[in-house]
Design a binder for this molecule. Structure first.
Ligand code: SAH
Ligand code: SF4
Ligand code: F3S
Length: 435
């Protein structure tokens, strides 16, 4: 018996899933999950560095651990993930927080078990691999995501958007073998999972590094052929790479969710060029029209950034224009954050008060769209996969990713049910079961 672990996860779904792998490794060595940080014997920080705020949260929580060590001197601390992978980060973290016992990066996560084993003899283990080395398969996974299971289809990113740190901390694109992915999905469906979310920074370039033997559309076709009732989702799509072929495959299959997360980032062509996104507003809106042509009821969402270097009011209004034109289900809005080592960090920066004003206006716009869209749903019936049930209160999502709450006498968690929308509260949908 090794004691109890507590994992702090920051950042995207990729990290959420990687924390399931960290938990799997810990459990394979006899650790069990602690209910809280205070009762843990080892605490793991799986970090993110996409924005400065993400890093500040990690550092703030490491400060809490430092305090805790005064009363719990035996507590072990491990830090990994994207923030640890940044050049020079290991040294800087160890200097700032000398109490850390293990630091490792994104490319050597699979070595975590070995580092744990070394903890008996060593006070500190710090190992960052500068480069990715293929793909480590067969890491044990301890899943915590309920009816949904995450499956990596690829790692890394080749796009180098000028604001983004991900390509520097996640390495180049590597696609997993399609047979391995299919085996994983089949096994998870056998185990009873009802929803599979495929993960990659840019899933549409899946297979590009596999010598033309397979692409994302063919992978989706294979993954939608199992003889179960289930849903497949994926994230994230880069607008430049989302093909008509992929959209047709989604339209043709009832297993593939009618939902596309297609981050636009900005509406102004000048800003999109500076961002190195490789599409114009017109290209983007044509993609949206193409998706809607094949999947009329598609749910769409996006990531949008305000305050990118040199962004003017006119540029910002182009973003507003796209948001109004597309009418997203859901919008993830961000204030541009400087990341050292990226090209945008060296460009002329926008004042923080201007950024705050723009994000406020964008959030208000989307709130209004969300409210109106919610009202449009009243009276419609959706097939909902219930992912939460307690004391008669249930929640779930439609294929087009609308979150719906409803009442059910029976525990319907993990089941597909028909729900008719009866009312709204702001952009929340409430419904009742249809038998
Ligand atoms: N691979 C995904 C996104 C990964 S990061 C894609 O390309 O869509 C998630 C989101 O964080 C991005 O879509 C972007 O909107 C935002 N983001 C990335 N870098 C940022 C930065 N420096 N400042 C603010 N937001 C950023
Ligand atoms: Fe970052 Fe762009 Fe890659 Fe997405 S596609 S991870 S935003 S560099
Ligand atoms: Fe994800 Fe953050 Fe890394 S968004 S890929 S955890 S920098």
């Amino acid at each position: 018996m090794q004691g109890k672990y507590f994992i702090n996860t920051y950042g995207c779904q990729m990290n959420v899933h990687e924390s399931e792998k960290l938990a799997g490794i810990l459990r394979s060595r006899g650790y069990t999950e602690a209910e809280s940080l205070e009762t843990a014997d080892i605490v793991v920080f799986n970090t993110c560095c996409i924005r400065e705020t993400a890093e500040q949260r990690v550092l703030g929580n490491l400060g809490i651990v430092k305090k805790l060590l005064e009363t719990k001197p035996g507590l072990k601390v491990a830090v990994c993930g994207c923030m640890a992978q940044k050049p020079g980060a290991e040294k800087a973290l160890k200097k700032r927080c000398p109490f850390i016992n293990i630091i490792f990066g994104t490319h050597n996560l699979h070595k975590f078990g070995e580092y744990l084993d070394q903890l008996n003899q060593k006070k500190y283990i710090g190992e960052i691999w500068e480069k990715e080395e293929g793909i480590a398969e067969d890491i044990p996974v301890y899943r915590t995501s309920g009816v949904n299971a995450w499956v990596n289809i690829m790692y890394g990113c080749n796009n180098f958007c000028s604001y983004c740190i991900v390509p520097y901390v996640r390495g180049r694109e590597r696609s997993r073998n399609a047979d391995k992915i299919c085996d994983d999905v089949k096994r998870l469906l056998d185990e009873g999972y009802k929803e599979i979310t495929l993960l990659g920074q840019n899933v549409n370039s899946y297979g590009n590094d596999l010598g033309g033997e397979i692409n994302f559309a063919r992978l989706l076709e294979r993954l939608s052929g199992f003889d179960y009732k289930y849903r497949i989702r994926f994230m994230t799509s880069h607008p430049k790479d989302l093909s008509e072929d992929v959209v047709k495959v989604i339209a043709a299959s009832d297993k593939l969710a009618d939902y596309v997360h297609l981050p636009v980032q900005a509406g102004s062509d000048r800003i999109l060029k500076l961002m190195n996104r490789k599409y114009t507003q017109k290209d983007y809106l044509e993609k949206i029209d193409m998706i809607r042509k094949y999947i009329p009821h598609v749910g769409l969402s996006s990531d949008v950034m305000v305050g990118f270097p040199t962004e003017t009011e006119e540029d910002f209004l182009e973003t507003v224009n796209v948001v109004k034109r597309v009418w997203y289900n859901n919008l993830f809005t961000f204030i541009y954050s400087r990341r050292s080592g990226t090209p945008a960090d060296k460009m002329e920066q926008v004042d923080i008060s201007v950024k705050k004003d723009r994000i406020k206006r964008l959030i208000a716009l989307q709130f209004d769209i969300g409210n109106r869209e919610a009202k449009n749903c009243v009276g419609k019936t959706y097939e909902v996969l219930c992912d939460e049930w307690k004391d008669g209160k249930a929640k779930g999502k439609s294929s087009c990713e609308k979150a719906i709450s409803f009442r059910s006498e029976n525990d319907v968690k993990g089941q597909f049910v028909q729900v008719k929308i009866t009312g709204t509260k702001n952009n929340q949908l409430k419904g009742e079961l249809v038998y």
